[in-house]
Design a protein. Structure first.
Length: 310
């Protein structure tokens, strides 16, 4: 009798989780129908950049408030902001290509007629537009295409291959929430180029849905994950945090604006202001991950070493 009752309760809990998952997806689909954008039509790509305006808020630049920053000219600082914005856009494309692959793997065994799968496909379409939008922005900048190091490129290939389902959603949130925080500081900033503000506004509005989808699914996944899967998720999330934090700004941006890349990188890494920016960018995420049990054990130490967790 006890076994039967447990089985019945387990089946009821499963039905309840599926219903909740479908309800969340339905709300996100409604929001997508009302608030989706075509960057090719929404943004004025032909307008020239305005002299003296930033391409990224100066406070978010990696060298801000360092001794090196104080010796740079205003023109050099603005040029650095353009190259750092380009680096973030290029890294954003890299991340989004990975996330689209992880999403497709997630829905591979799920009922294709479900709202949950339909929203995953909707999100994938969003990410395709975002990647094209970022690529078009970098093309307009005329900067190099900044790529991750070969080591990080191959580490990401390994991680996306062996990632658990909760690990995939943790990685999704890691990328989306850090960039989202930075872009929320950018699109209202009237010091920043109008095109950059438009790009970040579109991304913020659409990524809010992606964050909700990933958070809800990750909470469900971690609640029912076997011990081995939860442990692997914790460990891999910490390593992913380390790779993401190191990849956001390519050291090559410093050389592009006439700085010694080794010296500039040392200044950025030792900057108290930069460390605070990185921790703040991940603050909401780390609070959530701590709440659902991801930030434990050796994985937590990797998060701390990444600079995203104090």
């Amino acid at each position: 009798m006890t076994v039967t009752q447990g089985t019945t309760n387990g089946r009821q809990d499963g039905i309840g989780l599926l219903k909740e998952r479908e309800q969340v997806a339905e709300r996100l689909l409604d929001a997508s129908a009302r608030h989706s954008f075509d960057p090719d039509r929404e943004l004025d790509w032909d307008a020239p950049f305005e002299d003296g305006m930033w391409f990224w808020p100066p406070e978010l630049c990696s060298l801000y408030d360092t001794p090196l920053w104080r010796h740079m000219s205003d023109e050099q600082r603005i040029e650095l902001s353009k190259h750092e914005s380009a680096s973030l856009a290029c890294v954003g494309i890299w991340f989004e290509v990975i996330l689209m692959q992880l999403l497709m793997r997630h829905i591979y065994d799920i009922d294709p007629t479900s709202r949950h799968v339909r929203y995953a496909l909707t999100e994938t379409a969003d990410e395709c537009r975002h990647s094209m939008m970022f690529a078009r922005l970098v093309k307009k900048y005329g900067t190099p295409v900044y790529r991750p190091s070969r080591l990080h490129h191959n580490l990401a290939r390994l991680m996306k291959t062996v990632s658990t389902t909760p690990g995939s959603f943790t990685a999704t949130l890691l990328v989306e929430e850090i960039l989202d925080w930075m872009q929320r500081q950018t699109f209202p900033d009237e010091r920043v180029q109008p095109l950059v503000r438009g790009v970040t506004r579109i991304h913020v509005v659409e990524e809010a849905r992606h964050v909700r989808y990933a958070r809800e699914e990750l909470r469900r996944q971690m609640a029912g994950a076997p011990r081995w899967e939860a442990g692997l998720t914790r460990l891999m999330s910490g390593e992913t945090a380390r790779v993401v934090a190191m990849s956001l700004i390519s050291p090559m941006v410093y050389e592009a604006v006439g700085l010694n890349p080794g010296y500039a990188l040392e200044q950025a890494r030792s900057s108290p202001h930069r460390r605070e920016v990185m921790r703040r960018s991940a603050g909401r995420l780390t609070d959530f991950l701590d709440e659902i049990g991801v930030l434990r054990g050796p994985g937590r130490r990797l998060w701390v070493s990444s600079g995203l967790l104090g």
